[in-house]
Design a protein around this ligand. Structure first.
Ligand SMILES: *Cc1c(COP(=O)(O)O)cnc(C)c1O
Length: 379
């Protein structure tokens, strides 16, 4: 049996990226320089936004947006329990109260009707996520925000390059944040970029990421700030990756099509909707076991795959059931039934630009075997 490891994710870095990083090392500007500015402009352009502000992670970017939007302790923001914890954490950093809204079971994004029903006089904003790169409902979210006078912060960390009805991810609401951890569509190792059309948000985020300086050049500190700067060494990695974004997205789309092909006849599996517009940006490839299986089955399938060298994961554990969130917010299992039903059965499969047919077939064989073993236990 072939047990050569297949990673869960794998960055697509070429000679061009290596050369770009080496070139900046031969200069004497290793922070706050022209490469960072070029990267910011390139990301902003992909989002159809005027400004980009580079930071050292997606989480830092979300934190700065919460501050720049003027969200205050005790105010409430509607967000999804089915995401990476940073989506909620950025609110908690500022003692803003996350109010969770259950998801729709097809796109895994917040259900717009549930969102609208959750709006109260104390609600100040919404913080939606394109979960796994799916852009469903973003126009509806924007309509709700407009109608109810809410601020909208887009956590587009999973959706770079995605397009919905001609509008790019990062282009909804007041501002959005992309992330460039190595499992994202493109990477800077660590890093993020805030995008916005608003000059005041750009100015505040620039100041806040650089110790609250009034301007980058001057050691006069106008406000309490952070060191959330992106290194000038990583910026050219990102800049080169953005130049290759269309190529990388096409390869990821092809990898998703490969899975749809080889997994299509496994009736115990829900595949992610390929009917997403062709312009979707694939972040991860997450399959879901049929409702007849439970969380123990799912965990056993993940174990079986890992034993065969296949990287996979249980994306996501619902945020409202994370121990520290239950303690801080008083949430509990049972609060968001759709999220919990989905989250108990999802499996993120190995997914990266250069996924081969042979690898996809090995994943299929392992999955089919593990699912059959669990199905036999049930009968
Ligand atoms: C990746 C990601 C982030 C930010 O991650 P960092 O590791 O801080 O760059 C935020 N939200 C979501 C939904 C993500 O997937």
């Amino acid at each position: 049996m072939n047990t050569t490891p297949i990673p869960l994710s794998n960055p697509d870095v070429t000679r061009a990226e290596i050369d770009a990083v080496v070139a900046v090392l031969q200069t004497d500007r290793l922070s706050i320089g022209p490469r960072t500015e070029a990267f910011e402009a390139a990301v902003a352009a992909r989002a159809g936004r005027k400004h980009g502000i580079a930071v050292n992670s997606g989480t830092s970017g979300l934190h700065l947006c919460v501050k720049a939007l003027g969200l205050e302790p005790g105010q409430e923001v509607l967000t999804t329990p089915f995401s990476f914890v940073a989506t909620t954490n950025c609110l908690l950093f500022e003692r803003v109260k996350p109010v969770f809204v259950d998801i729709d079971p097809v796109s895994y994004n917040m259900d717009p009707a549930a969102m609208e029903a959750a709006v109260k006089p104390t609600t100040r904003g919404i913080l939606p996520v394109e979960v796994f790169g799916n852009m469903a409902h973003f126009e509806a979210y924007e309509r709700i925000a407009k109608k109810r006078g809410l601020l909208m912060l887009e956590d587009c960390c999973e959706a770079l390059g995605g397009v919905l009805s001609g509008r790019a991810a990062g282009g909804f609401g007041e501002c959005g944040v992309f992330a460039f951890y190595p499992n994202k569509q493109i990477t800077t190792g660590e890093g993020g970029v805030i995008v916005t059309d608003r000059d005041d948000i750009r100015d505040l985020c620039r100041s806040l990421r650089n110790q609250g300086r009034a301007t980058d050049a001057w050691p006069s500190h106008a406000r309490l700030g952070y060191n959330y700067r992106m290194s000038e060494i990583t910026a050219p990695l990102g800049e080169t990756q953005v130049k290759r974004l269309d190529e990388i997205l096409a390869k990821r789309r092809a990898a998703a099509a490969l899975y749809a092909d080889v997994l299509g006849d496994l009736s115990e599996l829900h595949l992610p909707p390929m009917a997403q517009p062709a312009s979707a940006s694939w972040f991860v490839y997450v399959v879901r076991l049929a409702d007849a299986f439970d969380q123990a089955d799912r965990d056993a399938v993940i174990d079986a795959l890992r034993k065969q060298g296949i990287g996979c994961s249980n994306y996501f554990v619902p945020i409202h059931t994370q121990p520290y969130i239950m303690e801080m917010l008083g949430t509990k299992a049972g609060d968001f039934p759709v999220t919990e039903r989905i989250a108990a059965r999802t499996i993120a499969l190995p997914f990266f630009a250069n996924l081969s047919l042979e690898q996809a077939q090995r994943v299929r064989e392992a999955l089919a075997g593990a699912i059959a073993a669990r199905a036999r236990r049930r009968t």
